[in-house]
Design a protein around this ligand. Structure first.
Ligand code: X8Z
Ligand code: ZN
Length: 604
């Protein structure tokens, strides 16, 4: 593949910067240095671009057809990419002390920070690391658990955990799925060793320091920012936890759910107790049940996976975005094939950095997956919006932005919107608002501490604060401290429970989802203001609003070419990420929870 960027195209603007900004700050920019930095970047962009498409296609084939050979091929391709990225990241070091125009400095930083798992230089490290990554990923994706003694893939267990209420059956699925991860522990330990070494070679204290450095601010400041955001929303989480625990204790009895303690992790309608909306029927207030259930609406109206995607695509089209291309419908994978192993965890792909965008997901027709379908299409919309950026800027303003796009749209799936698209006959009146808010909070508020702690755990692992002997104990300490959730049965150092969550064996950083859960409400609030909405935020749908769509698209098109604070300001008018929008959104629920919890001893 030839690069879409010729040298002349790229060099011209850079020299324009040099000539046009002759202030004192630029006196140190030496033309020879500038020319060599520029050559370096042009070359880096060309090589990355060429490599990226090849690797994506190999990875796509592997993810759709997991075999010994496709693992081998993808591990090879990933090692090659890693070697290239390590070479480029180390190559930026010689420009560290040189004054460069902002845009060139930004690209250098992006190259240095690009890898999630850097290998140290040398012949074998990239290969060893890629092989480990491939084995960990496969163990997860081909893993099975049991239900009533019969082997089941994870998607089936997840679906069952939505509705099964028998605590023993839930416990079986919960413990059995976690058999997938102890065999990962040694490989994970070795992986951490290698990647830490790679991060240190690039000038970071450890891999966690490198991950925290990706946010256009000092790494420590970022850690502090995430804690500040958590402290803003914690009172809401604590109130929700208190209420849900009380209802679960009534349902299961206080010998199963201690009314004063942490909630056993298998009872919350989700394999990882990360989103709780599936226990809504147990905890719903009788007088505010909104009277509909998305799963029932989808099933009752004969929806299949394809139509869920068409519906999400139509939403984006109503905002003025181009529909997904024909190739999206031809090449995506929407349901789990019976005849082979695939990676079922949902993902959105851009194969060529242009229009070959696709989704791979083992979709079930239910409310959870209706959300996820919007989430995934949001990724594709973003990928297409920034396709004309340099290859190093083809990513979200930060990774939290990428995760927030589709979720922000899904906040507009209001009863009125469901009526407009023919799924709902009658919109529940305002007396049902608490039910609507509670249902939504069970996903969005319940998720927050989980979103935060996964990477708190990894930061501790990467820094050495946790050792292989304490990996699992450290995990459960964070789960209990932040979420007030505990393991339903004794866990030991021989278990490796973090490995039973996709993002750990697959090395996908997780703080992005915490940020996204804050950002999506900021985006939603702005979108509703632009749309002139003056009712409660949870009743606002931006469906059909082209003005909002155009303004949103302008932010998406920026990719990561500017610091995320600027992208945020471009859309919301403020460069600050803050939790006031999510707090505003749930304000009526917070008040209601306060009344319900009065006299209860909250906390754990
Ligand atoms: O992994 C995802 C997406 C793909 S980026 C399906 N999510 C997190 C999870 O499943 O743990 C979305 C919500 C959080
Ligand atoms: Zn995502």
């Amino acid at each position: 593949m030839t690069s879409r960027f010729s040298c002349a195209y790229l060099l011209l603007p850079l020299f324009t910067v040099l000539i046009s900004c002759g202030g004192p700050g630029d006196a140190g920019i030496q033309p020879t240095n500038l020319a060599s930095a520029s050559d370096f970047l042009v070359n880096a962009e060309e090589r990355l671009e060429e490599n990226e498409e090849y690797e994506s296609r190999v990875d796509w084939v592997r993810a759709n057809f997991i075999t010994y050979d496709t693992n081998w091929l993808s591990s090879r391709a990933n090692a090659q990419t890693k070697r290239l990225s390590v070479e480029l990241a180390n190559g930026t070091k010689r420009f560290l002390e040189i004054d460069l125009p902002d845009d060139m400095r930004r690209k250098m930083n992006k190259l240095r920070l690009d890898l999630t798992l850097p290998a140290p230089r040398g012949d074998n490290a990239a290969r060893e690391l890629s092989d480990i990554e491939s084995r960990l990923a496969s163990m997860y994706s081909t893993g099975k658990g049991t239900y009533r003694g019969a082997s089941r893939p994870l998607v089936e267990l997840e679906d069952l955990m939505r509705t099964v209420r028998d605590p023993d059956e839930l416990l079986e699925m919960w413990t059995n799925w976690r058999e997938v991860s102890p065999p990962m522990a040694d490989e994970y330990t070795r992986m951490v060793e290698i990647a830490n070494e790679g991060a240190r070679e690039l000038g970071f204290k450890d891999l966690g320091h490198m991950w925290r450095s990706k946010y256009d601010m000092d790494a420590d400041e970022f850690a502090a920012l995430s804690d500040t955001l958590w402290m803003q929303v914690k009172p809401l989480y604590d109130a929700l936890h208190c209420y849900v625990r009380g209802e679960l204790a009534q349902e299961y009895g206080s010998d199963v759910v201690d009314p004063q303690g942490a909630i056993p992790a298998h009872l919350l309608g989700n394999m990882w107790a990360q989103q709780w909306a599936n226990v809504f029927p147990i905890v719903a207030p009788a007088d505010a049940d909104p009277g509909y259930d998305i799963t029932e609406l989808l099933v009752g109206n004969g929806y299949e996976a394809d139509q869920m995607f068409r519906t999400a695509d139509d939403f984006f089209v109503s905002l003025g975005f181009e529909p997904m291309p024909e190739t999206f419908w031809e090449r995506s994978l929407f349901t789990k094939p019976e005849d082979r192993e695939v990676v079922c965890h949902a993902s959105a792909w851009s194969l060529d950095g242009e229009d070959d965008i696709r989704i791979k997901m083992c979709t079930k027709v239910n409310g959870d997956d209706f959300q996820t379908v919007h989430h995934e299409i949001g990724h594709n919309i973003y990928q297409r919006a920034y396709k004309d950026q340099s290859v190093v800027y083809r990513e979200g303003a930060n990774d939290g932005f990428h995760e927030a796009v589709g979720d922000m749209i899904a906040l507009s799936i209001t009863p009125e919107y469901l009526r407009q698209i023919g799924l709902l006959n009658r919109v529940p009146d305002a007396s049902k608002d608490i039910g609507l808010l509670l249902q939504s909070a069970l996903d969005k508020i319940a998720f927050l501490p989980f979103g935060l702690l996964v990477d708190k755990w990894r930061w501790q692992v990467f820094s050495g604060e946790l050792t292989p002997e304490t990996y699992n104990e450290g995990w459960w300490k964070l789960r209990e401290d932040y979420q007030g959730v505990k393991a339903p049965v004794q866990r030991t150092a021989d278990h490796f429970d973090p490995g039973a969550k996709y993002h750990v064996p697959n090395n996908t950083p997780y703080m992005r989802y915490f940020l996204a859960h804050i950002l999506q409400f900021q985006f939603h609030r702005t979108a509703c203001e632009v749309a002139g909405w003056d009712g409660p935020l949870h009743r606002c749908s931006i469906y059909g609003n082209k003005e909002v769509g155009a303004r949103f698209d302008a932010m998406l098109q920026m990719g990561s070419s500017r610091p995320w604070q600027e992208a945020l300001e471009a859309f919301t008018g403020s460069p600050e990420i803050d939790a006031t929008a999510i707090i505003d959104y749930y304000a009526p629920l917070m008040e209601w929870l306060g009344e319900k919890n009065a006299g209860q001893q909250c906390g754990w």
